[in-house]
Design a protein around this ligand. Structure first.
Ligand SMILES: NC(=O)c1ccc[n+]([C@@H]2O[C@H](COP(=O)([O-])OP(=O)(O)OC[C@H]3O[C@@H](n4cnc5c(N)ncnc54)[C@H](OP(=O)(O)O)[C@@H]3O)[C@@H](O)[C@H]2O)c1
Length: 267
């Protein structure tokens, strides 16, 4: 496993194992994106409502990256016309296509079939390679699949040792869906946890690196966000150590369905 490693999706396309989150990436977005690409971050996660699109586009150009050098994930809002929103998003990014378009969250009622049909059309017209969902509980994923026959390749949800669900992971595995882990660092709120610190010390690594590594070893795809250069460097330096079985079990045991955002969308 290294930063360039990829996993196969149900559709046959490949996706990197981890990426950079960009919500509130406010400290010169373009410079941070260019630095992240130079450091080997293979994937960037954004959304139509983050306001980071122009900076991401500029950062990619500054890095001189070829389109095939990075994987771009973005999202449409639940109130959007999904096809039109995809085009707008790509315009703002200055890109011809996304690698993965997600429904940001389920609509107030129903499973979001109209949104899903819009994303299917976007994929058919070459605006995105793959499509998926975010913040979906398993019941709504089942409803979406039942109504449309199309299984999302990814569900992007809040996921950390402090808040996760092995039942949700099992459902994802059964459906050949990958879980992308958002707020994998608990928005820095639980980094002073004793277990994280003790396990980090065993490997000369920080609590943040332990959290990222825990995801990688479970096959869930972490999207840590970092404004600060030292954080950006630290969060990618997670491919030179491995957590032991007992350490992984101790981290699993930290689960209390904790959410840095308020409530896990799937519990
Ligand atoms: N689909 C959704 O509904 C949804 C919801 C939330 C988030 N997301 C995605 O997931 C990404 C990550 O989640 P998040 O931004 O909520 O939180 P996060 O990645 O868990 O935490 C980010 C915080 O951790 C700090 N940090 C980063 N690396 C660190 C390190 N090595 N040591 C100490 N602190 C460190 C950052 O500080 P600095 O910034 O100061 O460096 C920032 O304060 C988002 O940016 C977004 O792309 C998606």
């Amino acid at each position: 496993m290294d930063p360039a490693s990829r996993i196969s999706l149900r559709t046959g396309n490949e996706m990197p194992l981890f990426g950079l989150g960009t919500w509130q990436l406010t400290k010169d977005t373009a410079e941070t994106i260019a630095a992240a690409i130079a450091l080997g971050y293979p994937m960037i996660d954004t959304s139509g409502d983050y306001g980071t699109q122009p900076g991401i586009g500029e950062g990619i150009r500054r890095a001189g990256a070829k389109r095939s050098d990075f994987y771009l994930v973005t999202k449409v809002e639940e109130t959007d016309d999904a096809f039109a929103a995809t085009k707008k998003d790509l315009d703002e990014l200055g890109l011809d296509y996304a690698d993965l378009m997600l429904i940001h969250r389920p609509p107030r009622s129903g499973a979001g079939e109209a949104l899903w049909e819009g994303l299917i059309r976007a994929r058919e017209e070459g605006l995105t390679r793959d499509i998926g969902v975010s913040n979906y509980p398993t019941g709504l994923i089942d409803a979406l699949v039942q109504k449309t026959g199309e299984v999302p390749v990814v569900n992007q949800i809040e996921w950390s040792p402090f808040g996760h669900s092995m039942a949700v992971k099992a459902h994802a595995d059964e459906n050949q869906m990958v879980i992308q882990a958002y707020s994998p660092l608990t928005r820095a709120r639980r980094l002073d946890d004793d277990t994280l610190e003790a396990i980090g010390k065993n490997h000369g690594k920080s609590p943040a690196q332990v959290l990222i590594r825990w995801n990688l070893q479970h096959g869930t795809v972490p999207l840590p966000k970092a404004n600060q250069r030292e954080h950006l460097e630290e969060d990618v330096a997670v491919f030179d150590f491995a957590l032991g079985e007992e350490e992984m079990a101790r981290l699993d045991d930290l689960n209390s369905h904790y959410s840095a955002l308020g409530k896990l969308p799937y519990v």
